[in-house]
Design a protein around this ligand. Structure first.
Ligand code: BTN
Length: 281
């Protein structure tokens, strides 16, 4: 435990406290006080197939999707990366990032949020229109036929707007944290153990049954479903009505001409004044 400049007593991450609560002991955990990015942690073992977790109290170059940065102040949030090996081909892993999103939601449901957090495709975890967590995944096919993945999760846990001075300082979009939602300090060691247990359970299930098993769960937390949205990808913007995902986890968009098209990547936003725009044009 340590007292921070903000006079708030922080419980720091503790490997043993996390370990005690894990369902499987066959997991390696490393915790850094300060690291550029847990996502780039180079000592993830390429031979050993047991999951390895890298955590940090702070990241100096935290990164988000689409080249964005990830605000990573000391001792407040979860900066989490898991090295995981699949005996699968790359194509069989499509949908993985959505399943990781579901594991994060399931972890958060163990906390008492009055409304359920939702997922904005592909994997933004949103609570009441504010970002609560984000996911970054990298996959590489080894010459041994195994698919090596780095599954990273950034979760806003104890960061509070009052202490950050400005509501969205250093963060490009509206955000919230578990502490803002719950109104109390969260023990990140408990949360982290819960996240590891849930994530590994979801990954096992995904390996056995694929994305199809998770379709009903996805539908129940799909923030975009049946909403007018825009999809931005590499400078292109496409508008349509979101119609869920296909069997590969691609986003289905009903375009203005009625065609249904599947998209594999991009940034999505709900269009709030879609109908008034249509009426006025
Ligand atoms: C997003 O843009 O929504 C993805 C954010 C991912 C942030 C996490 S924090 C742990 C890991 N290390 C990083 O530098 N990024 C990911």
């Amino acid at each position: 435990m340590r007292t921070h400049q903000s006079n708030c007593t922080e419980i720091l991450l503790d490997k043993e406290l996390i370990r005690q609560k894990l369902n499987s002991k066959d997991i390696s955990i490393q915790i850094f006080e300060d690291i550029a990015s847990t996502h780039d942690f180079k000592n993830f073992s390429p031979i050993n197939q047991t999951p390895s977790i890298c955590l940090a109290e702070q990241q100096s170059q935290g990164k988000g999707r689409m080249g964005r940065s990830w605000h990573s102040p000391f001792g407040q949030n979860l900066y989490f990366s898991c090295f995981y090996v699949f005996e699968k081909s790359m194509s069989e892993l499509s949908g993985l990032s959505l399943v990781v999103g579901l594991a994060v939601i399931s972890t958060l449901k163990k906390y008492d949020c009055s409304k359920s957090p939702l997922i904005k495709w592909p994997n933004d975890i949103i609570y009441q229109n504010q970002k609560l967590a984000g996911i970054l995944i990298e996959t590489k096919m080894g010459t041994d036929g195994l698919c090596k993945t780095i599954i990273s999760i950034g979760m806003n846990v104890n960061m509070i707007k009052e202490a950050e001075n400005l509501p969205d300082k250093n963060i490009s979009q509206p955000w919230t944290s578990l502490r803002e939602i719950q109104g109390c300090y969260i023990d990140r060691n408990d949360l982290c153990a819960e996240l590891i247990n849930t994530l590994l359970e979801y990954l096992k299930q995904f390996e056995q049954s694929g994305l199809s098993f998770f379709m009903p769960e996805w539908k129940s937390v799909d923030l975009l479903l049946d909403k007018p949205i825009t999809l931005n990808n590499a400078g292109h913007t496409i508008s349509g009505i979101a119609k869920g995902i296909n069997a590969q986890g691609l986003l289905l968009l009903e375009l203005e001409n009625g065609d249904l098209q599947a998209f594999s990547s991009g940034d999505t936003s709900v269009v709030k004044d879609f109908f008034s725009n249509k009426n006025s044009s």
